[in-house]
Design a binder for this molecule. Structure first.
Ligand SMILES: [Zn+2]
Ligand SMILES: [Zn+2]
Length: 217
């Protein structure tokens, strides 16, 4: 039987932190939902199906797809989907990331991966925080990830940072946990926005990507 649970101690706090500050608007983290069940088809190359939520900018989305195709052979753009009303969190004008993932999982077939992009603020329940703003959410070793541009607030760096966020979340989808190597894109930055310092994947993370069919030099 497959069991999925929210991990509170694993894979948290990417690119941000609360730093003791109660202002959740500056709190950023990512989080994964962990599956204990290993994918039976994990060694088979899977297609990444990309969706834009709502009015996600076409230019930026196309750039991300182009970046993905540089490192992965099977990427399909599937079109736009509406942000589900059921995911809207009225008190903070945000969308619940887990519900966006659920929406994408309904579109998922054949053990492929689904990736959703949004400009909206996304959040989840995290530890004592009822609603915690995040940049991305993914299922570890499973099939779905959602990323948001909302917290990428340096316009000149937005594309670069979104690319790294996208690859980080897809790394989780491919089974990679956070990495101890400081400059690795899978590194958990524990409270800091370190997108600029995260250069590339380390050799061990690359090896995992390569074993899953990714073209990482
Ligand atoms: Zn992470
Ligand atoms: Zn690494």
């Amino acid at each position: 039987m497959k069991k999925i649970f929210l991990s509170m101690s694993f894979c948290v706090a990417l690119f941000a932190s609360c730093g003791g500050n109660a202002n959740h608007d500056v709190v950023k983290t990512d989080k994964t939902v962990v599956s204990q069940a290993k994918s039976k088809q994990e060694n088979k190359t899977r297609t990444i199906h990309v969706y834009f939520f709502g009015d996600f900018p076409s230019n930026l989305g196309s750039q991300m797809i182009k970046e993905l195709r540089k490192v992965y052979s099977s990427v399909h753009f599937e079109g736009r989907i509406s942000l589900p009303d059921s995911a809207y969190y009225v008190p903070r004008n945000r969308y619940l990331a887990a519900k966006l993932l659920n929406t994408m999982m309904t579109l998922q077939l054949n053990n492929d991966m689904v990736l959703g992009m949004t400009t909206k603020d996304i959040s989840l329940k995290y530890k004592e925080h009822e609603n915690w703003g995040v940049m991305g959410l993914s299922y570890l070793n499973k099939r779905a990830a959602v990323i948001s541009t909302y917290r990428l607030r340096i316009p000149s760096k937005r594309t670069e940072h979104l690319r790294k966020l996208m690859l980080h979340e897809l790394g989780h989808v491919e089974g990679l946990p956070h990495c101890k190597a400081e400059h690795c894109i899978m590194h958990d930055a524990e409270g800091q926005n370190r997108f600029s310092q995260l250069d590339d994947f380390c050799s061990s993370c690359k090896a995992v990507f390569k074993s899953k069919g990714w073209d990482m030099n």
